[in-house]
Design a protein around this ligand. Structure first.
Ligand code: SF4
Length: 390
């Protein structure tokens, strides 16, 4: 049987392999699930007690977040899980690559569970191992691979992290991408970085934090022969950015910033570095989800904020801070549709299955991939300075 390297999202559906990639804007957040499920989730979680630890990513729905033992970004959650070795089951309310990272960082006997296996990430799906291996072969052919240090964003599959581990590279988060790049450029004479899979985080960090010129950044398009680049372009580049992006953060556009600034006096524009470079250039503040939350928590009453990150988080911040004027930085209401696959029915099904002695949807990274991914993660953890929060 031939193994086909398909992205995760279509698994179990088999209809339209290009569908469900998190790009629809349905107009509002999904409706809340049947409220009776709240009592069932509460009962199942109580029955499991300390055997279960529920992690909730910031972009999850309110109906799921209420059952989270901890909330955070992907890396914080993986570390929180590792700090709870007594928990038999780690229920990860987030997306697939996050559950993989939790599996890598937790003890072998702990089971990491993703309540819906189709909760993938369109950005992580944009860099497949076979594509990255092809790119590496082309870089070798062009005579530049010896100079290249691969760095992958946390938002990538375990096999891409393992690829970086094997090729003397590292993982980074949106908080420490600058430190990771500094480290990477110090690894080899005339080093170049292959940055996976988010071109925007790579470009924003390289240009705005490292002072690298825009024209020293080239984009490797895995769908084009030789990435769509000439050997000369590869030789001249400092940053080889993988052509991937987040389908939520990639939507924000600079004209909406202009429009809102014209309407709202003293507007503060706060965006995530996964946004396009043109958006980041126009923003007042740029940072990770944890940074965004901190800025809002310390904002003076009466101040106005347009926030460019996932809608569930923006709405939750607006609800928690009625003293602020918080708005979403997009004309259309758009959330991460894959994150939102984890809903109360899936959570109840997961918890009740565990109560009944069944362990569903276990995410298990194979030992070789886990070893090399951990090498890349450990290199990140050894980086100096900053906290490693995403
Ligand atoms: S918000 Fe973007 S990066 Fe995060 S899971 Fe959704 S598609 Fe992936």
């Amino acid at each position: 049987m031939t193994t086909v390297d398909l992205p995760l999202l279509p698994l179990g559906r088999g209809k339209d392999l290009d569908a469900e990639r998190g790009v629809e804007c349905p107009g509002d957040l999904p409706a809340a699930s049947d409220p009776d499920l709240v009592a069932r989730a509460t009962a199942a979680k109580a029955a499991l007690g300390s055997r279960v630890f529920v992690l909730g990513h910031h972009y999850q729905r309110d109906e799921v977040i209420q059952f989270a033992d901890v909330t955070g970004d992907s890396f914080k959650l993986a570390r929180d899980a590792a700090a709870r070795p007594d928990a038999e089951f780690i229920v990860f309310c987030g997306v697939h690559f996050m559950a993989e990272s939790a599996d890598i960082l937790t003890a072998p006997e702990q089971k990491v569970i993703l309540p819906d296996l189709a909760a993938g990430c369109s950005m992580a799906d944009m860099a497949r191992l076979a594509q990255v291996e092809d790119a590496w072969a082309a870089l070798t052919e062009a005579g530049v691979a010896d100079q290249v240090v691969p760095v992958t964003y946390m938002n990538s599959s375990a096999d891409i992290k393992a690829f970086c581990g094997k090729h003397d590279g590292a993982v980074c988060t949106s908080s420490n991408a600058d430190v990771a790049l500094e480290w990477a450029f110090a690894q080899k004479p005339d080093a170049k970085v292959l940055f996976l899979p988010d071109q925007h985080l790579g470009r924003n960090t390289a240009v705005l934090q490292m002072g690298i010129a825009l024209d020293e950044c080239v984009v490797w398009d895995p769908r084009q022969p030789n990435g769509g680049l000439t050997v000369e372009q590869l030789r001249d580049a400092k940053m080889i950015l993988w052509k991937g992006h987040c389908s939520v953060h990639g939507r924000f556009s600079p004209d909406v910033i202009d429009e809102l600034r014209a309407k709202v006096p003293d507007l503060n524009v706060l965006v995530h570095p996964e946004c396009q470079h043109e958006v980041v250039l126009k923003a007042d503040l740029v940072g990770s989800t944890e940074f965004i939350i901190k800025q809002i928590e310390k904002a003076p009453a009466g101040s106005s904020w347009a926030i460019g990150t996932e809608l569930n988080l923006v709405k939750r911040l607006a609800d928690a801070h009625p003293e602020l004027n918080i708005m979403f930085l997009d004309r259309n209401v758009c959330y991460c549709s894959t994150m939102n696959r984890i809903d109360l029915p899936h959570l109840v099904w997961t918890l009740e299955s565990l109560v009944n002695g069944e362990v569903p949807n276990v995410i298990e990274v194979d030992p070789d991939t886990e070893h090399w991914a951990k090498v890349a993660l450990d290199r990140m953890l050894a980086l100096p300075g900053k906290s490693h929060k995403d």
